[in-house]
Design a protein around this ligand. Structure first.
Ligand code: ZN
Length: 195
């Protein structure tokens, strides 16, 4: 079965010439892949860009996302330079999440002593390195080249930051679900010879 990862690898411009691959009876071509992505893009443009950034490491997708999130913060009344810095941080958090080295991104660790799996204590079961509020305050200070204390970050910026992160994750999730559904539908049509 064709995965979403494979779908976005097929639509990555660099790999467009990989040609068609077999999927069931018929062929699922790069054009089919582009068609699926186009359908998803219509309703979840941000989510598609997040998947492209995560799966193909597309810098172009990250730039588009950065601009969109910057506009989100400008719309909330942020000064342009802070909005751009926050946009950069949100995109990096969502698209380039470093994997927890303690559990290798699994979120669980096996205990020999108890002979069972336990939630990883380092990442609290998320499998990712979690950025603390203090990390974020530091990042924003560096990016804006002015001191933003942990207290100011927590009271002024944190809620808006998390709102943007949640919006991004939500659209990514919806884009992935729709991509999966459209992919299955397209594969079925190809198998039935009606695509
Ligand atoms: Zn972990």
């Amino acid at each position: 079965m064709l995965t979403i990862e494979r779908l976005f690898t097929m639509t990555n411009i660099k790999s467009l010439n990989i040609g068609a691959i077999t999927g069931g009876k018929g062929l699922f071509s790069s054009e089919d892949a582009l068609g699926v992505v186009a359908v998803v893009q219509l309703s979840h443009p941000l989510g598609v860009k997040i998947l492209e950034a995560k799966i193909s490491g597309s810098e172009y997708a990250m730039r588009i996302l950065g601009k969109a999130v910057t506009r989100f913060f400008v719309g909330k009344g942020y000064e342009q330079s802070i909005a751009a810095a926050m946009g950069f941080m949100v995109v990096r958090e969502v698209c380039q999440v470093p994997i927890c080295s303690s559990c290798n991104g699994v979120g669980e660790r096996y205990s020999k002593k108890f002979n069972q799996l336990f939630e990883c204590q380092v990442c609290h079961g998320t499998g990712k390195i979690l950025l603390t509020k203090n990390h974020l305050a530091n990042q924003l200070s560096v990016l804006c080249n002015k001191t933003i204390s942990n207290h100011v970050f927590n009271t002024v910026y944190y809620d808006d930051y998390m709102q943007a992160v949640d919006l991004m994750y939500g659209d990514e999730q919806r884009a992935a679900t729709l991509a999966r559904r459209t992919l299955d539908q397209t594969a079925l049509e190809i198998d039935l010879g009606i695509a």
